[in-house]
Design a protein around this ligand. Structure first.
Ligand SMILES: [Zn+2]
Length: 378
């Protein structure tokens, strides 16, 4: 049992000043003003000293971090991100993995979820069927060529309902059969448009399967135009235009992935409720090129191209505030509440609310982490 008092509690309806919260058996059971409800004697008391108490971060797109990859060392990665307030993470794949590597990693991650990495909520499959023209490590893409059931069936089967998101390039030939297969095995799976140059018509074609996320909006996406100098509409424009689409956003400190002006544009068009902040973090230890020497939170592939980040969600939040002037409450929506909704876990997590899991972070106004509470325990 845990009791936190003197907190600025971040709720969906704004800040509850001088707030207090009680959690019993992993669940939030009471919220109110400090001093207005009785506190059981055996509760562990925490004085928040006026810091912000918000919902634990939900990072749906994260490949690795702290020097490790999710697909090799899930426990180390889960722990690294938990320390940074990420009480929910999705282990994310990429097109560089072979089928055998997928299958081995899925088993390893399932095992980690059962033991001590309970902040892993499942998988975000970034691939295998993306457009090799967009994104990092194009030469290492193991999934070019024809889409065949014998290649993907085992992966889909073994990840099962744990796969919350499948990212696809809608223009890939036979991707519809793949999506139908995924849906037959896991009706709740959500699709994302990723590393793609699909036209709006091509995306509409797969809409019925449940496409509702654009993978890192305005980053590693294609633009299609009839000829030079003519700008076409692609996945970014589709996401901006369609109200039901969520836009994933990588906000790094120097706004290299997505320039600050474009971050503000995405926010203006989509509204805060459709923004999903992500880290897209990798384990990479690749040396920074001179051009990006000041950007300590970026990651690069073997050819020196920008490839995800070394971010954690606390830092993403700080960057997002800096680049877009968003409020603390809005930033928590984009870092916790919206992603929980996007992966259909909002009945359990994503807000500070009675009945939800006591997954909480205590931060100052720059998102420096003071404490992380996971399932009611510090
Ligand atoms: Zn990624």
């Amino acid at each position: 049992m845990i009791y936190i008092e003197n907190a600025n509690i971040v709720t969906e309806n704004g800040i509850l000043k001088n707030g207090a919260l009680l959690a019993e058996n992993e669940i939030i059971t009471k919220i109110g003003k400090t001093g207005t409800f009785e506190v059981p004697e055996n509760a562990k008391k925490i004085d928040a000293n006026g810091l912000y108490l918000g919902p634990g971060f939900v990072d749906i797109h994260v490949h690795g971090g702290g020097g490790y990859n999710f697909f090799d060392n899930p426990e180390k990665v889960a722990q690294h991100f938990l320390k940074h307030g990420e009480t929910t993470v999705l282990a994310t794949s990429y097109t560089t993995y072979t089928k055998a590597e997928y299958l081995a990693a899925i088993e390893k991650i399932k095992q980690a979820m059962k033991t001590n990495s309970k902040n892993i909520a499942g998988f975000y499959m970034e691939g295998p069927y993306l457009n090799p023209k967009y994104g990092a490590e194009p030469k290492m893409n193991k999934w070019r060529g024809e889409i065949k059931r014998e290649d993907y069936a085992e992966i889909v089967d073994s990840a099962g309902a744990l796969t919350k998101v499948w990212a696809v390039a809608p223009e890939r030939e036979n991707v519809l059969e793949f999506m139908e297969y995924v849906k037959s095995k896991n009706p709740n799976a959500v699709f994302a448009v990723a590393h793609s140059e699909a036209t709006p018509d091509e995306i509409d074609r797969i809409k019925k399967y449940g496409v509702k996320i654009q993978t890192h909006c305005m980053n590693a996406t294609g633009r299609v135009g009839e000829s030079k100098g003519i700008r076409g509409a692609g996945p970014d424009e589709y996401c901006l235009f369609n109200d039901d689409m969520y836009a994933e956003l990588i906000s790094d400190s120097l706004a290299i992935h997505v320039p600050a002006y474009l971050q503000k544009l995405i926010l203006k068009v989509k509204g805060i409720d459709k923004i999903l902040l992500i880290t897209d973090s990798f384990a990479t230890e690749t040396e920074m090129s001179e051009k990006y020497a000041k950007a300590k939170d970026l990651s690069f592939d073997s050819e020196g191209n920008l490839s995800g980040s070394r971010l954690t969600m606390d830092i993403v939040c700080r960057n997002f505030v800096k680049h877009t002037n968003s409020s603390i409450c809005d930033t928590f929506l984009a870092a916790s509440t919206n992603p929980a909704k996007a992966i259909c876990m909002d009945e359990e997590i994503g807000t500070v609310e009675v009945g939800k899991k006591a997954n909480l972070v205590l931060v100052d106004n720059e998102f420096n982490i003071e404490k992380v509470i996971f399932e009611g325990r510090q």
